[in-house]
Design a binder for this molecule. Structure first.
Ligand code: SF4
Ligand code: SF4
Ligand code: FES
Length: 225
């Protein structure tokens, strides 16, 4: 079917979500939690707002394309909302970028640059209690303090690797990614496949020094190579 995104005619298969139709056409929409291969969108980060004519603001990773649909990705309202959401995510994030191993591929930094959002100085210092990073695994570290709850590690561990060593626990503001009973990750059925490190968009899962990913690069699910 054919739709219009930012004045451009774009073709996409029926049932496709606006986000993937736009990305395939080279139109950037900020997003942090979307997984193209997932059966159902998680819709957790709320960053991918776009405006649909006749419908208003929708999240692009959950809204399917329709014939003749008119989408705008960069209106003032869209950008205002995206900057606000990103600001809220940053409020809970320890900005230790200088020493963060994920800095070169960090998606938070990417969208901060894209949306021209600065570190919200007025919201610092970091308001949450810090948790000790889990360094029990010989290959990687899990630092829950940097987790933005995108859900990609949980999905890949359960749905791709069929392991389920990590999952979400608690609800609302207390929600976090953890192991069963909060055990050190090395005491879980984790196989050391490192898929969590590959998909994590920030520095919450990272390799220990001297360890390298086999494929040699981070994997951004569903995105163009
Ligand atoms: S995950 Fe990104 S934003 Fe967070 S400390 Fe690391 S480089 Fe900085
Ligand atoms: S650890 Fe990384 S991949 Fe997992 S939910 Fe947190 S930010 Fe997402
Ligand atoms: S990418 Fe759409 S809600 Fe996260």
């Amino acid at each position: 079917m054919e739709l219009t995104i930012d004045g451009r005619k774009v073709r996409a298969p029926e049932g496709e979500k606006i986000l993937w139709a736009a990305l395939d056409a080279g139109i950037e929409i900020p997003h942090l939690c979307a997984i193209r291969e997932a059966d159902r969108p998680w819709g957790g980060c709320r960053l991918c707002w776009v405006e649909v004519e006749g419908k208003g603001l929708v999240t692009a990773c959950t809204e399917p394309v329709r014939e003749g649909m008119v989408v705008r990705t960069d209106t003032e309202e869209v950008r205002r909302l995206q900057r606000r959401i990103l600001g809220l995510i940053l409020r809970d994030h320890p900005m230790e970028c200088k020493t963060c191993p994920k800095r070169p591929t960090c998606e938070l930094l990417k969208w901060m640059r894209f949306l021209k959002v600065k570190i919200p100085k007025d919201l610092r210092p970091f308001p949450r209690e810090m948790t000790e990073p889990d360094e029990s695994h010989p290959l990687f570290v899990f630092d829950p303090n940097k987790c933005i709850l995108c859900g990609k590690c949980v999905w890949v561990c359960k749905e791709v690797e069929g392991v389920g060593a990590i999952d979400f626990a608690f609800r609302g503001y207390g929600m976090r990614v953890t192991t069963f009973l909060g055990k050190p990750i090395v005491q879980t059925p984790c196989t050391g496949c490192l898929r969590c490190v590959e998909v994590c968009p920030v520095g919450a899962f990272y390799l220990k020094e001297g360890v390298e990913l086999e494929r040699g690069k981070e994997e951004h699910l569903g995105e163009r190579p």
